[in-house]
Write a protein that binds this ligand. Structure first.
Ligand code: HEC
Length: 266
């Protein structure tokens, strides 16, 4: 494994690359963390890794004979807190440069670059993928189903809590946060049937994220009525709305989806 830390002010961007020197044909797996630099300035405190809210990764082979052909990626959150990854298949045995631009939670923009070396193709290069990520950084189909199934489970549990007179707020918070974390996978969904409508899908996914924040706030305030409203709004205007088009293909046009206003109906 290659492990490098680049300090930018009080923060450090940590890159871990596996394998250290990937071979042509092999999958290079990158994990990034943004964390405060330790007092000695040598390492970062990984236990305090920050949430990354936006990322832009550009990678190119530094081949003197040819125009660089950059490839672009975004980071996908890993189950470990504050860890983000992407993977790419190595095509050429030349030095590579990775330019990392991320926005950490709180609005801090960080940019840095790393160089790494590759090696010739191995006779039996067995490329194991990152769990759930294909070489374009898309979620594999199985991971998409798992994301949604887990979301369904947490959502049902959240509902059960909200239906109680005295919800267990701690449990409710955990379920809402789990759904929020899973929501961030949506941008990596690969829409096989609706590939040309990904932009619309992304808008829905982002709105969903914002609605989840509102719900989370209500839960933090222990405002049962507010949380209930937030829950219903998401259920209709995110889960159902997106599913009608992108899961079931039941409607083509979102205008056919009624905008339900719970505040008025209750
Ligand atoms: C931006 C679009 C979008 C939003 C928002 C969304 N989903 Fe989904 N969901 C999908 C798509 C696409 C599928 C079908 C593909 C799949 O399962 O991978 C799906 C499938 C599912 C499935 C079936 C999973 C399986 O494979 O068995 C469940 C359960 C589910 N979603 C729950 C939810 C819940 C609960 C919410 C809201 C809290 C939600 N989804 C919000 C797009 C969305």
């Amino acid at each position: 494994m290659l492990r490098e830390i680049h300090a930018i002010g009080k923060l450090g961007v940590l890159l871990a690359l596996r394998p250290k020197q990937p071979a042509v044909g092999e999958l290079a797996k990158f994990v990034f963390k943004v964390a405060p630099i330790n007092a000695d300035g040598m390492d970062v405190d990984e236990t305090k890794a920050l949430e990354i809210v936006m990322s832009r990764i550009t990678i190119f082979a530094m081949d003197r004979q040819q125009e660089p052909e950059p490839r672009y990626y975004t980071l996908t959150p890993l189950p470990e807190k504050g860890a983000y990854s992407f993977a790419m298949r190595i095509r050429k045995n030349v030095d590579h440069r990775v330019i990392v631009a991320v926005t950490a939670k709180g609005g801090k923009d960080l940019e840095t670059s790393y160089d790494f070396q590759t090696q010739p193709a191995k006779a039996e290069a067995h490329a194991e993928a990152l769990p759930g990520l294909d070489e374009q950084g898309h979620l594999e189909m199985s991971a998409q189903h798992e994301t949604m199934q887990a979301m369904g489970r947490h959502w049902t549990e959240a509902w059960r809590e909200l239906e109680k007179k005295n919800p267990r707020w701690r449990a409710l918070t955990n379920h809402v946060e789990a759904v929020h974390k899973l929501q961030s996978n949506l941008e990596h969904f690969h829409l096989h049937k609706f590939a040309e409508r990904k932009a619309e899908f992304d808008v829905l996914a982002r709105t969903f994220g914002e609605q989840l924040k509102t719900l989370h706030d209500a839960v933090q305030r222990r405002d049962r009525e507010g949380a209930w409203q937030g829950f219903k709004r998401i259920d209709q205007q995110s889960c159902l709305k997106c599913h009608l088009v992108f899961r079931w293909g039941a409607v083509q046009d979102f205008k056919q989806v009624p905008e339900l206003n719970h505040e008025k109906h209750r």
